[in-house]
Design a protein around this ligand. Structure first.
Ligand SMILES: Cc1ncc(COP(=O)(O)O)c(C=O)c1O
Length: 388
């Protein structure tokens, strides 16, 4: 009998997918569901990108692009780092990928061999561990402390280092906590990786979505041992277009291009044409307005959740998530998520999707819907748990 390979069979499902499926079924049956479970804001892709896609559909040949992406898009991305972050970047270091997901896969495939260690954080983005395992790597999660605001610190990561650790993966702002890594801590993480001949992989896919925190980039760290993952999904509002990019050391440009050729040939051409409009001043002005709206939503939701007894260990400085500890009166977060969906019509993600450490008492709330709906959600949650 044909069975899935052991590495494939070991892949764990996201609990949130079960919640999403059930939420959709309830909705189809006529229930009003407030969605706070999926990492996708309710804003449509901005008009300049749609316009660029329509025009490409009419006039561009739309064949494959080079594996590393359209040269003009790679230049546009490099130019964006220059204008927005004051970092000079050679476009040859930019590889356009199918989503930030594609960039994570490429970066890990480029550095991880069978038996190599990949150090990630708990809580953190679970796909990193999975990709590492599929490549034959051995993921290890450093548990972050709620008392320290789930901060990722070089000294703490060093304490979890193993002899064969080849990659250290961090995200800023973080999913699920929204925590932002400060510039000097990023430099310390880079120094740690360099000292141990490992790669520092920094996931910046929520870049641009910071609220009062410094919006810096690991690209500024230089051209050695650092890989920066980014995406058009979140700040640029293009989740469904499946487009992202990787900034890699010059020494890896060639191997990454060969990997891209073999893994997926090239990122979607129409999406790349659309993304050429992403860095236009009028697009960026619109995206910054959206960011300001997200900040207002965060403030409203944070206050409302705290008022009904949820504890938020980290003041989320970025992304669009609040990672909250459930009130003491509740047994565990996964059952609470289930009950909130069934009884209150509010869909949220249980912490166990993001790690093991302390996760059974945590829920992730995505503020991806408008303020009135967020407040309505909290009112319903309060009623369901007997508060407010
Ligand atoms: C931290 C993080 N990295 C990467 C991704 C992948 O996103 P995409 O492939 O849409 O760029 C996500 C998606 O939610 C994420 O939260």
């Amino acid at each position: 009998m044909l069975t899935p390979s052991p590495r494939a069979a070991a892949v764990e499902p996201f609990h949130v997918m079960r919640i999403l499926e059930r939420a959709r079924a309830l909705q189809a049956a006529g229930r009003d569901i407030i969605h706070m479970e999926v990492g996708e804001p309710d804003f449509p892709t901005p008009e300049p990108m749609r316009e660029a896609a329509r025009s490409a559909l009419e006039s561009a040949p739309l064949g494959y692009t080079p594996a590393a992406g359209l040269p003009e898009l790679r230049r546009a991305i490099a130019g964006y780092y220059g204008r927005r972050y004051g970092v000079e970047l050679d476009p040859l270091r930019v590889i356009v990928t199918p989503g930030g997901s594609g960039a994570l896969q490429l970066a890990l495939a480029a550095v991880v061999g069978v038996g190599d260690g990949v150090l990630t954080s708990d809580p953190g983005y679970p796909c990193n561990d999975l990709i590492a395992s599929l490549l034959g790597g051995i993921p290890r999660r450093a548990a972050l402390s709620a008392d320290d605001g789930f901060a990722i610190r070089a000294a703490h990561m060093a304490a979890h280092w193993q002899p064969r650790t080849r990659a250290l993966m961090v995200a800023t702002p973080s999913n699920p906590t929204g925590a932002v890594i400060a510039r000097d801590e990023l430099a310390a993480l880079h120094a740690l990786a360099r000292e141990r001949d490992a790669a520092l992989i920094v996931d910046e896919i929520y870049q641009g979505l910071t609220y009062g925190e410094e919006d810096c980039t690991a690209v500024a760290l230089g051209d050695d041992n650092v890989f920066v993952v980014n995406s058009f999904s979140k700040y640029f509002g293009m989740t469904g277009w499946r487009l992202g990019w990787l900034v890699a050391p010059t020494a890896f440009a060639d191997v990454l291009s060969r990997l891209a050729q073999n893994l997926y040939l090239a990122a979607p051409t129409l999406s790349q044409c659309a993304a050429l409009a992403a860095f236009a001043p009028r697009t960026l002005a619109l995206l910054d307005e959206r960011r300001d709206l997200l900040r207002e939503r965060r403030d409203v939701l944070l206050a409302a959740l705290r008022a009904i007894g949820f504890e938020v260990p980290v003041h989320p400085g970025g992304a669009f998530y609040i990672y909250a500890r459930i009130p003491r009166s509740q047994d565990d977060a996964a059952s609470l998520a289930q009950c909130l969906l069934e009884e209150a019509g509010v869909a949220v993600t249980p912490g166990i999707d993001f790690g093991r450490h302390d996760a059974e008492r945590m829920l992730r709330f995505a503020y991806t819907t408008d303020k009135a709906r967020l407040l309505q959600a909290v009112e319903r949650i309060g009623a369901a748990i007997g508060v407010g």
